[in-house]
Design a protein around this ligand. Structure first.
Ligand code: HEC
Ligand code: HEC
Ligand code: HEC
Length: 452
Protein backbone atom coordinates (compact mmCIF):
# COMPACT_ATOMS: atom_id res chain seq x y z
CA UNK A 1 0.00 0.00 0.00
CA UNK A 2 1.22 3.47 -0.74
CA UNK A 3 2.42 5.49 2.22
CA UNK A 4 -0.01 8.41 1.89
CA UNK A 5 -2.93 6.02 1.78
CA UNK A 6 -1.68 4.25 4.85
CA UNK A 7 -1.42 7.55 6.76
CA UNK A 8 -4.92 8.46 5.64
CA UNK A 9 -6.19 5.10 6.84
CA UNK A 10 -4.60 5.63 10.24
CA UNK A 11 -6.14 9.11 10.48
CA UNK A 12 -9.61 7.84 9.62
CA UNK A 13 -9.23 5.10 12.21
CA UNK A 14 -8.13 7.64 14.83
CA UNK A 15 -11.09 9.88 14.03
CA UNK A 16 -13.48 6.96 14.42
CA UNK A 17 -11.85 5.95 17.72
CA UNK A 18 -11.97 9.53 19.00
CA UNK A 19 -15.67 9.78 18.14
CA UNK A 20 -16.41 6.49 19.85
CA UNK A 21 -14.40 7.58 22.90
CA UNK A 22 -16.24 10.91 23.05
CA UNK A 23 -19.46 9.02 22.92
CA UNK A 24 -18.96 5.94 25.03
CA UNK A 25 -16.08 6.38 27.50
CA UNK A 26 -17.74 7.51 30.73
CA UNK A 27 -17.18 11.14 31.70
CA UNK A 28 -15.03 11.59 34.79
CA UNK A 29 -17.10 13.91 36.99
CA UNK A 30 -15.48 16.58 39.11
CA UNK A 31 -15.67 15.61 42.82
CA UNK A 32 -17.13 18.04 45.42
CA UNK A 33 -14.72 20.90 46.14
CA UNK A 34 -15.49 20.91 49.86
CA UNK A 35 -15.90 18.02 52.34
CA UNK A 36 -19.26 18.26 54.09
CA UNK A 37 -20.84 15.86 56.54
CA UNK A 38 -23.54 13.71 54.95
CA UNK A 39 -26.19 15.26 57.20
CA UNK A 40 -25.03 18.84 56.50
CA UNK A 41 -28.00 21.18 56.17
CA UNK A 42 -28.10 24.70 54.79
CA UNK A 43 -29.45 27.41 57.05
CA UNK A 44 -32.98 28.51 56.08
CA UNK A 45 -33.06 30.96 53.17
CA UNK A 46 -29.58 30.16 51.89
CA UNK A 47 -30.69 28.09 48.90
CA UNK A 48 -32.99 30.82 47.65
CA UNK A 49 -30.25 33.38 48.11
CA UNK A 50 -27.83 31.28 46.03
CA UNK A 51 -30.53 30.94 43.37
CA UNK A 52 -30.79 34.76 43.25
CA UNK A 53 -27.01 35.17 43.10
CA UNK A 54 -26.95 32.68 40.20
CA UNK A 55 -29.95 34.21 38.41
CA UNK A 56 -31.44 30.77 37.67
CA UNK A 57 -34.98 32.11 37.50
CA UNK A 58 -34.28 34.48 34.59
CA UNK A 59 -33.25 31.74 32.16
CA UNK A 60 -35.40 28.95 33.52
CA UNK A 61 -38.72 30.78 33.46
CA UNK A 62 -40.58 31.40 30.19
CA UNK A 63 -42.49 34.65 29.70
CA UNK A 64 -45.72 34.16 31.59
CA UNK A 65 -44.61 30.65 32.63
CA UNK A 66 -44.27 29.14 36.12
CA UNK A 67 -41.04 29.84 37.95
CA UNK A 68 -38.23 27.41 36.99
CA UNK A 69 -40.47 25.38 34.66
CA UNK A 70 -38.16 26.11 31.73
CA UNK A 71 -39.01 26.73 28.10
CA UNK A 72 -37.33 30.09 27.69
CA UNK A 73 -35.48 30.30 24.39
CA UNK A 74 -31.85 31.37 24.72
CA UNK A 75 -30.51 32.76 21.47
CA UNK A 76 -27.10 31.42 20.43
CA UNK A 77 -25.09 31.77 17.22
CA UNK A 78 -26.03 28.14 16.47
CA UNK A 79 -29.76 28.58 17.00
CA UNK A 80 -32.23 28.72 19.89
CA UNK A 81 -31.49 26.62 22.97
CA UNK A 82 -34.49 25.94 25.22
CA UNK A 83 -33.93 26.06 28.96
CA UNK A 84 -34.88 22.99 31.00
CA UNK A 85 -37.63 22.51 33.55
CA UNK A 86 -35.76 22.54 36.88
CA UNK A 87 -38.81 22.28 39.15
CA UNK A 88 -38.98 19.06 41.23
CA UNK A 89 -41.60 17.52 38.94
CA UNK A 90 -40.67 13.86 38.60
CA UNK A 91 -41.66 13.42 34.94
CA UNK A 92 -40.63 16.62 33.23
CA UNK A 93 -38.37 18.32 35.80
CA UNK A 94 -35.50 17.26 38.04
CA UNK A 95 -37.61 15.63 40.77
CA UNK A 96 -35.76 12.32 40.48
CA UNK A 97 -32.28 13.81 40.39
CA UNK A 98 -29.77 12.99 43.12
CA UNK A 99 -27.44 15.60 44.55
CA UNK A 100 -24.57 14.04 42.58
CA UNK A 101 -26.53 14.37 39.34
CA UNK A 102 -27.35 17.99 40.13
CA UNK A 103 -23.70 18.76 40.88
CA UNK A 104 -22.71 17.15 37.57
CA UNK A 105 -25.02 19.58 35.73
CA UNK A 106 -23.72 22.62 37.62
CA UNK A 107 -20.03 21.72 37.54
CA UNK A 108 -19.47 19.50 34.50
CA UNK A 109 -22.42 20.39 32.32
CA UNK A 110 -23.75 16.84 32.28
CA UNK A 111 -27.46 16.12 32.57
CA UNK A 112 -28.82 13.19 34.60
CA UNK A 113 -29.43 11.36 31.32
CA UNK A 114 -25.69 11.57 30.65
CA UNK A 115 -26.22 14.06 27.82
CA UNK A 116 -23.92 17.06 27.68
CA UNK A 117 -25.57 20.43 28.25
CA UNK A 118 -24.97 23.31 25.90
CA UNK A 119 -22.85 26.00 27.56
CA UNK A 120 -25.80 28.42 27.26
CA UNK A 121 -26.19 27.02 30.77
CA UNK A 122 -23.22 28.81 32.39
CA UNK A 123 -21.52 25.81 34.01
CA UNK A 124 -18.19 27.32 32.90
CA UNK A 125 -18.75 29.65 35.88
CA UNK A 126 -21.06 27.74 38.23
CA UNK A 127 -18.33 25.09 38.54
CA UNK A 128 -16.55 27.42 40.96
CA UNK A 129 -19.46 27.46 43.41
CA UNK A 130 -18.78 25.78 46.74
CA UNK A 131 -20.25 22.40 47.57
CA UNK A 132 -22.24 24.00 50.39
CA UNK A 133 -23.84 26.50 47.99
CA UNK A 134 -24.60 23.73 45.50
CA UNK A 135 -26.21 21.63 48.22
CA UNK A 136 -28.21 24.60 49.49
CA UNK A 137 -29.41 25.29 45.95
CA UNK A 138 -30.31 21.64 45.41
CA UNK A 139 -32.30 21.63 48.64
CA UNK A 140 -34.11 24.79 47.60
CA UNK A 141 -35.07 23.50 44.15
CA UNK A 142 -36.20 20.13 45.54
CA UNK A 143 -38.23 21.35 48.50
CA UNK A 144 -39.15 25.01 48.06
CA UNK A 145 -39.96 25.25 44.35
CA UNK A 146 -43.40 24.08 43.26
CA UNK A 147 -43.26 21.03 40.96
CA UNK A 148 -44.70 21.93 37.56
CA UNK A 149 -45.41 19.49 34.77
CA UNK A 150 -44.05 21.14 31.67
CA UNK A 151 -42.50 19.26 28.79
CA UNK A 152 -40.02 21.71 27.34
CA UNK A 153 -39.56 21.99 23.60
CA UNK A 154 -36.47 20.02 22.50
CA UNK A 155 -33.49 22.02 21.31
CA UNK A 156 -32.73 21.27 17.67
CA UNK A 157 -29.55 22.77 16.36
CA UNK A 158 -28.19 21.98 12.94
CA UNK A 159 -25.35 19.52 12.29
CA UNK A 160 -22.75 19.27 13.85
CA UNK A 161 -24.04 21.21 16.85
CA UNK A 162 -26.87 18.71 17.33
CA UNK A 163 -24.28 16.08 18.33
CA UNK A 164 -24.18 16.69 22.05
CA UNK A 165 -21.25 14.33 22.60
CA UNK A 166 -19.15 16.86 20.67
CA UNK A 167 -19.59 19.27 23.61
CA UNK A 168 -17.36 16.91 25.54
CA UNK A 169 -14.41 17.81 23.34
CA UNK A 170 -15.36 21.47 23.74
CA UNK A 171 -15.34 21.03 27.52
CA UNK A 172 -11.74 19.78 27.38
CA UNK A 173 -10.78 23.06 25.76
CA UNK A 174 -13.08 25.35 27.71
CA UNK A 175 -13.12 24.19 31.33
CA UNK A 176 -10.24 25.04 33.59
CA UNK A 177 -9.11 21.93 35.46
CA UNK A 178 -10.39 21.83 39.00
CA UNK A 179 -13.31 23.64 40.55
CA UNK A 180 -11.75 24.72 43.83
CA UNK A 181 -12.01 28.40 44.73
CA UNK A 182 -8.60 30.06 44.95
CA UNK A 183 -8.67 33.32 46.87
CA UNK A 184 -6.43 35.89 45.19
CA UNK A 185 -6.41 38.25 48.16
CA UNK A 186 -6.03 37.84 51.90
CA UNK A 187 -8.84 40.36 52.41
CA UNK A 188 -12.02 38.51 53.38
CA UNK A 189 -14.36 41.01 51.71
CA UNK A 190 -12.48 40.91 48.40
CA UNK A 191 -12.41 37.11 48.50
CA UNK A 192 -16.13 36.97 49.01
CA UNK A 193 -16.53 39.33 46.04
CA UNK A 194 -14.19 37.19 43.93
CA UNK A 195 -16.18 34.10 44.83
CA UNK A 196 -19.49 35.68 43.79
CA UNK A 197 -18.14 37.26 40.60
CA UNK A 198 -16.28 34.14 39.38
CA UNK A 199 -18.98 31.66 40.35
CA UNK A 200 -22.68 32.25 40.83
CA UNK A 201 -22.63 35.79 39.33
CA UNK A 202 -21.17 34.40 36.07
CA UNK A 203 -20.06 37.93 35.18
CA UNK A 204 -17.40 36.54 32.81
CA UNK A 205 -20.12 35.00 30.63
CA UNK A 206 -20.75 38.52 29.31
CA UNK A 207 -17.79 40.63 30.45
CA UNK A 208 -14.93 38.37 29.24
CA UNK A 209 -14.06 38.02 25.55
CA UNK A 210 -14.52 34.67 23.80
CA UNK A 211 -11.90 32.35 22.32
CA UNK A 212 -11.99 31.07 18.75
CA UNK A 213 -14.04 28.14 20.14
CA UNK A 214 -16.59 30.51 21.68
CA UNK A 215 -15.48 29.55 25.20
CA UNK A 216 -15.09 32.30 27.79
CA UNK A 217 -11.57 33.70 27.51
CA UNK A 218 -10.93 34.29 31.21
CA UNK A 219 -13.12 32.79 33.91
CA UNK A 220 -10.91 33.42 36.96
CA UNK A 221 -8.81 36.14 38.51
CA UNK A 222 -5.47 34.84 37.23
CA UNK A 223 -6.59 34.76 33.58
CA UNK A 224 -5.19 37.64 31.53
CA UNK A 225 -8.46 38.51 29.77
CA UNK A 226 -10.83 37.99 32.72
CA UNK A 227 -13.51 40.76 32.60
CA UNK A 228 -11.66 42.77 29.95
CA UNK A 229 -14.88 43.23 27.97
CA UNK A 230 -16.94 40.95 25.77
CA UNK A 231 -19.49 40.96 23.00
CA UNK A 232 -23.16 40.05 23.33
CA UNK A 233 -25.58 39.93 20.39
CA UNK A 234 -23.01 41.85 18.39
CA UNK A 235 -22.72 44.61 20.99
CA UNK A 236 -19.68 45.43 23.08
CA UNK A 237 -20.00 44.64 26.79
CA UNK A 238 -17.89 47.04 28.88
CA UNK A 239 -14.56 46.08 30.40
CA UNK A 240 -14.67 46.03 34.20
CA UNK A 241 -10.92 46.24 34.74
CA UNK A 242 -7.90 48.01 33.33
CA UNK A 243 -7.03 51.70 33.37
CA UNK A 244 -9.60 52.50 30.66
CA UNK A 245 -12.56 50.77 32.25
CA UNK A 246 -14.97 53.57 33.21
CA UNK A 247 -16.03 51.87 36.43
CA UNK A 248 -12.48 52.14 37.73
CA UNK A 249 -13.14 55.90 37.95
CA UNK A 250 -16.25 55.35 40.07
CA UNK A 251 -15.99 55.13 43.84
CA UNK A 252 -16.50 51.74 45.46
CA UNK A 253 -19.78 52.96 46.95
CA UNK A 254 -20.99 54.16 43.53
CA UNK A 255 -20.12 50.81 41.98
CA UNK A 256 -21.97 48.92 44.72
CA UNK A 257 -25.00 51.21 44.24
CA UNK A 258 -24.98 50.47 40.49
CA UNK A 259 -24.99 46.72 41.16
CA UNK A 260 -27.83 47.07 43.67
CA UNK A 261 -30.06 49.48 41.74
CA UNK A 262 -28.72 49.85 38.20
CA UNK A 263 -28.13 53.53 38.75
CA UNK A 264 -25.62 55.89 40.26
CA UNK A 265 -24.17 59.32 39.57
CA UNK A 266 -22.54 58.15 36.33
CA UNK A 267 -24.55 55.50 34.59
CA UNK A 268 -27.82 53.68 34.32
CA UNK A 269 -27.93 50.02 33.38
CA UNK A 270 -29.63 48.95 30.17
CA UNK A 271 -30.44 45.74 28.38
CA UNK A 272 -28.96 42.52 29.72
CA UNK A 273 -27.32 44.29 32.65
CA UNK A 274 -30.62 45.85 33.71
CA UNK A 275 -32.12 42.36 33.67
CA UNK A 276 -29.25 40.91 35.71
CA UNK A 277 -29.84 43.64 38.30
CA UNK A 278 -33.63 43.26 38.40
CA UNK A 279 -33.60 39.47 38.59
CA UNK A 280 -30.46 38.80 40.56
CA UNK A 281 -28.11 41.43 41.94
CA UNK A 282 -30.73 43.59 43.68
CA UNK A 283 -31.49 40.66 46.00
CA UNK A 284 -27.94 40.43 47.33
CA UNK A 285 -27.07 41.75 50.79
CA UNK A 286 -25.26 45.05 51.28
CA UNK A 287 -22.30 43.00 52.45
CA UNK A 288 -22.13 40.95 49.25
CA UNK A 289 -22.67 43.97 46.98
CA UNK A 290 -19.85 45.78 48.78
CA UNK A 291 -17.75 42.64 48.46
CA UNK A 292 -18.20 42.50 44.68
CA UNK A 293 -17.53 46.21 44.28
CA UNK A 294 -14.43 45.97 46.46
CA UNK A 295 -13.19 42.98 44.52
CA UNK A 296 -13.70 44.69 41.14
CA UNK A 297 -12.02 47.90 42.29
CA UNK A 298 -9.02 45.97 43.59
CA UNK A 299 -8.78 43.55 40.69
CA UNK A 300 -5.61 45.05 39.25
CA UNK A 301 -3.96 45.52 42.62
CA UNK A 302 -5.21 49.05 43.36
CA UNK A 303 -5.90 50.16 46.93
CA UNK A 304 -9.64 50.18 47.58
CA UNK A 305 -11.20 53.15 49.31
CA UNK A 306 -14.60 54.08 50.76
CA UNK A 307 -15.90 50.51 51.15
CA UNK A 308 -19.60 51.02 51.93
CA UNK A 309 -21.26 49.22 54.81
CA UNK A 310 -24.69 50.24 53.53
CA UNK A 311 -25.42 50.26 49.82
CA UNK A 312 -27.67 52.77 48.01
CA UNK A 313 -28.90 54.33 51.25
CA UNK A 314 -32.55 55.34 51.08
CA UNK A 315 -33.44 58.97 51.47
CA UNK A 316 -33.84 62.16 49.51
CA UNK A 317 -31.57 62.03 46.49
CA UNK A 318 -32.55 65.21 44.71
CA UNK A 319 -29.04 66.44 44.11
CA UNK A 320 -28.83 69.72 42.20
CA UNK A 321 -27.56 69.46 38.64
CA UNK A 322 -23.78 69.67 38.64
CA UNK A 323 -21.93 72.53 36.97
CA UNK A 324 -19.88 71.85 33.88
CA UNK A 325 -16.32 70.89 34.71
CA UNK A 326 -13.19 72.03 32.88
CA UNK A 327 -13.59 69.57 30.02
CA UNK A 328 -17.28 70.31 29.63
CA UNK A 329 -17.22 74.10 29.67
CA UNK A 330 -16.79 74.77 25.95
CA UNK A 331 -19.74 72.54 25.05
CA UNK A 332 -21.94 73.96 27.80
CA UNK A 333 -21.19 77.47 26.55
CA UNK A 334 -21.95 76.54 22.94
CA UNK A 335 -25.31 75.05 23.96
CA UNK A 336 -26.22 77.89 26.33
CA UNK A 337 -25.47 80.55 23.71
CA UNK A 338 -27.77 78.69 21.28
CA UNK A 339 -26.73 80.80 18.34
CA UNK A 340 -28.62 80.21 15.07
CA UNK A 341 -25.55 78.82 13.28
CA UNK A 342 -24.95 76.11 15.86
CA UNK A 343 -23.91 72.80 14.19
CA UNK A 344 -26.77 70.37 13.50
CA UNK A 345 -25.77 67.83 16.19
CA UNK A 346 -25.58 70.46 18.93
CA UNK A 347 -28.93 71.97 17.91
CA UNK A 348 -30.62 68.57 17.96
CA UNK A 349 -29.16 67.91 21.40
CA UNK A 350 -30.45 71.20 22.72
CA UNK A 351 -33.93 70.60 21.28
CA UNK A 352 -34.32 66.95 22.23
CA UNK A 353 -31.98 65.96 25.00
CA UNK A 354 -30.81 68.88 27.12
CA UNK A 355 -34.02 69.01 29.15
CA UNK A 356 -32.95 65.81 30.90
CA UNK A 357 -29.23 65.37 30.31
CA UNK A 358 -28.54 69.13 30.60
CA UNK A 359 -26.19 71.36 28.65
CA UNK A 360 -23.41 70.17 30.95
CA UNK A 361 -23.91 66.54 29.89
CA UNK A 362 -23.88 65.73 33.59
CA UNK A 363 -27.49 64.59 33.93
CA UNK A 364 -28.76 64.15 37.47
CA UNK A 365 -27.49 61.45 39.80
CA UNK A 366 -29.57 58.26 39.65
CA UNK A 367 -32.16 59.86 37.35
CA UNK A 368 -30.63 61.01 34.08
CA UNK A 369 -27.29 59.40 33.28
CA UNK A 370 -24.21 61.49 32.74
CA UNK A 371 -23.28 61.57 29.05
CA UNK A 372 -19.84 63.04 29.67
CA UNK A 373 -17.45 60.06 29.91
CA UNK A 374 -20.41 57.68 29.60
CA UNK A 375 -19.42 54.11 28.68
CA UNK A 376 -22.21 53.63 26.18
CA UNK A 377 -21.76 57.05 24.57
CA UNK A 378 -18.05 56.39 24.10
CA UNK A 379 -18.29 52.73 23.02
CA UNK A 380 -15.97 51.65 20.20
CA UNK A 381 -19.11 50.40 18.50
CA UNK A 382 -21.73 53.19 18.42
CA UNK A 383 -24.54 50.61 17.98
CA UNK A 384 -25.86 50.68 21.57
CA UNK A 385 -25.84 54.51 21.72
CA UNK A 386 -27.68 54.79 18.40
CA UNK A 387 -30.13 52.14 19.50
CA UNK A 388 -30.94 53.98 22.74
CA UNK A 389 -31.56 57.19 20.79
CA UNK A 390 -33.81 55.35 18.32
CA UNK A 391 -35.68 53.03 20.68
CA UNK A 392 -35.39 54.64 24.09
CA UNK A 393 -34.79 52.71 27.28
CA UNK A 394 -35.99 52.39 30.87
CA UNK A 395 -34.24 52.47 34.22
CA UNK A 396 -34.40 49.13 36.09
CA UNK A 397 -36.83 49.01 38.99
CA UNK A 398 -35.53 47.49 42.21
CA UNK A 399 -36.68 47.30 45.82
CA UNK A 400 -34.08 49.86 46.86
CA UNK A 401 -35.07 52.19 43.98
CA UNK A 402 -38.51 51.28 42.60
CA UNK A 403 -39.11 54.27 40.31
CA UNK A 404 -38.82 53.25 36.66
CA UNK A 405 -37.96 56.32 34.61
CA UNK A 406 -38.33 56.01 30.89
CA UNK A 407 -36.54 57.71 28.02
CA UNK A 408 -38.67 57.60 24.90
CA UNK A 409 -37.19 56.70 21.51
CA UNK A 410 -36.64 59.16 18.67
CA UNK A 411 -36.90 56.74 15.74
CA UNK A 412 -40.03 58.45 14.39
CA UNK A 413 -38.80 61.98 14.90
CA UNK A 414 -35.22 61.98 13.66
CA UNK A 415 -33.93 60.63 10.34
CA UNK A 416 -30.65 58.76 9.86
CA UNK A 417 -28.63 61.92 9.07
CA UNK A 418 -29.98 63.67 12.15
CA UNK A 419 -29.35 60.75 14.51
CA UNK A 420 -25.82 60.43 13.08
CA UNK A 421 -25.12 64.14 13.67
CA UNK A 422 -26.60 63.97 17.17
CA UNK A 423 -24.71 60.81 18.16
CA UNK A 424 -21.48 62.26 16.73
CA UNK A 425 -22.05 65.37 18.82
CA UNK A 426 -22.59 63.36 22.02
CA UNK A 427 -19.42 61.39 21.28
CA UNK A 428 -17.32 64.55 20.95
CA UNK A 429 -18.96 66.97 23.42
CA UNK A 430 -17.73 67.78 26.97
CA UNK A 431 -14.29 66.33 26.25
CA UNK A 432 -15.69 63.00 25.00
CA UNK A 433 -13.44 61.46 22.38
CA UNK A 434 -15.00 58.80 20.19
CA UNK A 435 -15.36 58.34 16.45
CA UNK A 436 -18.12 60.06 14.45
CA UNK A 437 -21.24 58.10 13.53
CA UNK A 438 -22.38 57.74 9.90
CA UNK A 439 -25.98 57.66 8.63
CA UNK A 440 -25.21 54.13 7.35
CA UNK A 441 -24.49 52.98 10.91
CA UNK A 442 -27.80 54.48 12.01
CA UNK A 443 -29.65 52.74 9.19
CA UNK A 444 -28.09 49.44 10.28
CA UNK A 445 -29.12 49.93 13.92
CA UNK A 446 -32.62 50.91 12.79
CA UNK A 447 -33.08 47.66 10.90
CA UNK A 448 -31.42 45.50 13.59
CA UNK A 449 -34.21 46.30 16.06
CA UNK A 450 -32.21 45.30 19.10
CA UNK A 451 -34.45 45.81 22.05
CA UNK A 452 -34.86 45.11 25.67
C1 HEC B 1 -28.00 32.14 30.88
C2 HEC B 1 -29.11 31.21 31.05
C3 HEC B 1 -29.08 30.23 32.18
C4 HEC B 1 -28.87 30.48 33.51
C5 HEC B 1 -28.55 31.81 34.16
C6 HEC B 1 -29.06 29.23 34.19
N1 HEC B 1 -29.34 28.23 33.30
FE1 HEC B 1 -29.60 26.26 33.74
N2 HEC B 1 -29.82 25.85 31.77
C7 HEC B 1 -29.87 26.80 30.76
C8 HEC B 1 -30.15 26.13 29.50
C9 HEC B 1 -30.31 26.82 28.16
C10 HEC B 1 -30.24 24.76 29.79
C11 HEC B 1 -30.49 23.64 28.79
C12 HEC B 1 -29.18 23.31 28.13
C13 HEC B 1 -29.29 22.19 27.14
O1 HEC B 1 -30.39 21.81 26.73
O2 HEC B 1 -28.24 21.67 26.75
C14 HEC B 1 -30.01 24.62 31.22
C15 HEC B 1 -29.99 23.40 31.89
C16 HEC B 1 -29.93 23.27 33.27
C17 HEC B 1 -29.99 22.01 33.98
C18 HEC B 1 -30.09 20.63 33.34
C19 HEC B 1 -31.50 20.16 33.33
C20 HEC B 1 -31.72 18.90 32.56
O3 HEC B 1 -32.86 18.41 32.54
O4 HEC B 1 -30.78 18.38 31.93
C21 HEC B 1 -29.95 22.29 35.32
C22 HEC B 1 -30.00 21.33 36.47
C23 HEC B 1 -29.86 23.74 35.44
N3 HEC B 1 -29.84 24.30 34.17
C24 HEC B 1 -29.82 24.41 36.64
C25 HEC B 1 -29.59 25.78 36.73
C26 HEC B 1 -29.44 26.47 37.99
C27 HEC B 1 -29.59 25.84 39.35
C28 HEC B 1 -29.18 27.77 37.69
C29 HEC B 1 -28.86 28.93 38.64
C30 HEC B 1 -27.70 28.74 39.49
C31 HEC B 1 -29.18 27.89 36.25
N4 HEC B 1 -29.45 26.67 35.71
C32 HEC B 1 -28.97 29.07 35.55
C33 HEC B 1 -29.69 28.15 30.89
C34 HEC B 1 -29.38 28.81 32.07
C1 HEC C 1 -26.06 38.63 30.52
C2 HEC C 1 -24.90 39.45 30.35
C3 HEC C 1 -24.29 40.11 31.57
C4 HEC C 1 -23.99 39.53 32.79
C5 HEC C 1 -24.23 38.10 33.24
C6 HEC C 1 -23.37 40.58 33.56
N1 HEC C 1 -23.30 41.74 32.85
FE1 HEC C 1 -22.60 43.54 33.54
N2 HEC C 1 -23.13 44.41 31.79
C7 HEC C 1 -23.67 43.77 30.69
C8 HEC C 1 -23.94 44.76 29.66
C9 HEC C 1 -24.54 44.48 28.29
C10 HEC C 1 -23.55 46.02 30.18
C11 HEC C 1 -23.72 47.40 29.54
C12 HEC C 1 -25.00 48.00 30.09
C13 HEC C 1 -25.31 49.38 29.60
O1 HEC C 1 -24.82 49.76 28.56
O2 HEC C 1 -26.09 50.08 30.28
C14 HEC C 1 -23.05 45.76 31.53
C15 HEC C 1 -22.58 46.75 32.38
C16 HEC C 1 -22.00 46.53 33.61
C17 HEC C 1 -21.43 47.55 34.46
C18 HEC C 1 -21.35 49.05 34.12
C19 HEC C 1 -20.17 49.28 33.22
C20 HEC C 1 -20.03 50.69 32.72
O3 HEC C 1 -18.92 51.02 32.30
O4 HEC C 1 -21.03 51.44 32.69
C21 HEC C 1 -20.98 46.93 35.58
C22 HEC C 1 -20.30 47.58 36.76
C23 HEC C 1 -21.27 45.52 35.44
N3 HEC C 1 -21.90 45.31 34.24
C24 HEC C 1 -20.94 44.55 36.38
C25 HEC C 1 -21.33 43.22 36.29
C26 HEC C 1 -21.06 42.23 37.32
C27 HEC C 1 -20.31 42.49 38.60
C28 HEC C 1 -21.62 41.07 36.89
C29 HEC C 1 -21.70 39.74 37.62
C30 HEC C 1 -22.31 39.78 38.92
C31 HEC C 1 -22.22 41.33 35.59
N4 HEC C 1 -22.01 42.64 35.26
C32 HEC C 1 -22.91 40.37 34.86
C33 HEC C 1 -23.94 42.42 30.58
C34 HEC C 1 -23.85 41.50 31.62
C1 HEC D 1 -37.38 62.89 29.38
C2 HEC D 1 -36.01 62.84 29.76
C3 HEC D 1 -34.99 62.40 28.71
C4 HEC D 1 -34.76 62.94 27.45
C5 HEC D 1 -35.49 64.07 26.79
C6 HEC D 1 -33.63 62.19 26.90
N1 HEC D 1 -33.21 61.25 27.78
FE1 HEC D 1 -31.63 60.03 27.53
N2 HEC D 1 -32.13 59.08 29.24
C7 HEC D 1 -33.13 59.44 30.13
C8 HEC D 1 -33.21 58.46 31.19
C9 HEC D 1 -34.18 58.47 32.36
C10 HEC D 1 -32.21 57.52 30.90
C11 HEC D 1 -31.87 56.29 31.72
C12 HEC D 1 -32.48 55.08 31.13
C13 HEC D 1 -31.52 53.98 31.02
O1 HEC D 1 -30.36 54.22 30.64
O2 HEC D 1 -31.90 52.84 31.27
C14 HEC D 1 -31.56 57.94 29.69
C15 HEC D 1 -30.50 57.25 29.10
C16 HEC D 1 -29.76 57.70 28.04
C17 HEC D 1 -28.58 57.07 27.54
C18 HEC D 1 -27.95 55.78 28.09
C19 HEC D 1 -26.84 56.10 29.02
C20 HEC D 1 -26.55 55.02 30.02
O3 HEC D 1 -25.50 55.10 30.68
O4 HEC D 1 -27.34 54.12 30.21
C21 HEC D 1 -28.13 57.81 26.49
C22 HEC D 1 -26.90 57.56 25.64
C23 HEC D 1 -29.06 58.91 26.34
N3 HEC D 1 -30.04 58.81 27.30
C24 HEC D 1 -28.96 59.90 25.38
C25 HEC D 1 -29.99 60.77 25.10
C26 HEC D 1 -30.03 61.60 23.92
C27 HEC D 1 -28.94 61.68 22.87
C28 HEC D 1 -31.20 62.29 23.98
C29 HEC D 1 -31.77 63.23 22.96
C30 HEC D 1 -32.13 62.60 21.72
C31 HEC D 1 -31.88 61.91 25.21
N4 HEC D 1 -31.12 60.98 25.85
C32 HEC D 1 -33.08 62.43 25.64
C33 HEC D 1 -33.94 60.54 30.01
C34 HEC D 1 -34.02 61.34 28.88
Amino acid sequence: MNKALRILGVLVLLAILATLALRYVPVRLTPPNEALAADWKAEPGRGEYVMRAGDCMACHTADGGSPMAGGRGIASPMGTIWSSNITPDKDTGIGNWTLDQFRAAMVDGVSASGAHLYPAMPYENYRFMSESDIRALYGYLMTEVKPVKNEVQATQLSFPFNLRFGIRAWNWLALSGDSAFKAASSDALQSRGQYLVEGAGHCAACHSPRTAFMAQDGTRVGDANFLTGGVLDGWDVPALRGANAPIQKWSTAELAAYLATGRNAHAIANGEMALAIEHSLQYLSDHDLSAMATFLKGLDGQAVQDVPTQVAMPGPRATPAADADQAGQATAKLLTAASPDMPLGARLYLDNCAACHFVTGKGAAEIFPELQGNTMALGKDPGPLVSVILNGTAVPSTDRRPMRLVMQGYADRLNDEEVAALASFVRSAWGNQASAVTPQQVAKARSAKHGE
